[in-house]
Design a binder for this molecule. Structure first.
Ligand SMILES: [Zn+2]
Length: 146
């Protein structure tokens, strides 16, 4: 997705959507922002910044965290807008570690999605996965039981 990425994704390639739009990716974006010149932030001095740290700071109005969330939401919103061009889903359900950030995450991603999506897809619904980070394991168990 990003041909200019220099760091390697967990899958071994570079520039995957996963590299930006996961909890790990969000923490990585925060570390990059904190390594550069930036305004004073609640994230300064936090040893190993996590996605939760970023969203806590974001909810408290931290400008560095807001920039990181904006970048995250921009990449994910654009990725989902591309998917919607092909698949046109009724709803996007956001799960995984980042879904713990709740409604503020959903709002940020949906706003960026609407800015990128075709007009016929702009009203696609967004929701948080009710099983949170355990959705994958529930699906795995169901496959085994069937
Ligand atoms: Zn990858």
């Amino acid at each position: 997705m990003n041909p200019h990425e220099t760091e390697v994704c967990g899958c071994g390639r570079k520039g995957c959507l996963e590299q930006y739009s996961s909890a790990t990716g969000l923490a990585r974006l925060a570390r990059q922002a904190l390594a550069g010149e930036h305004e004073a932030s609640a994230l300064d001095g936090v040893g190993n910044v996590t996605a939760k740290d970023v969203f806590d700071a974001y909810k408290a109005g931290d400008k560095v965290a807001a920039g990181v969330v904006d970048k995250f939401a921009g990449v994910l919103g654009r990725g989902l807008s591309i998917i919607s061009c092909v698949v046109d889903p009724e709803i996007f359900v956001i799960g995984g570690g980042v879904s713990k950030a709740g409604q503020p995450l959903l709002d940020a991603v949906q706003e960026r999605f609407r800015g990128e999506a075709f007009s016929s897809c702009k009203e696609t619904k967004f929701a948080l996965a009710t099983l949170g980070n355990d959705a994958g394991i529930y699906g795995c168990v169901r496959l085994i039981l069937e």
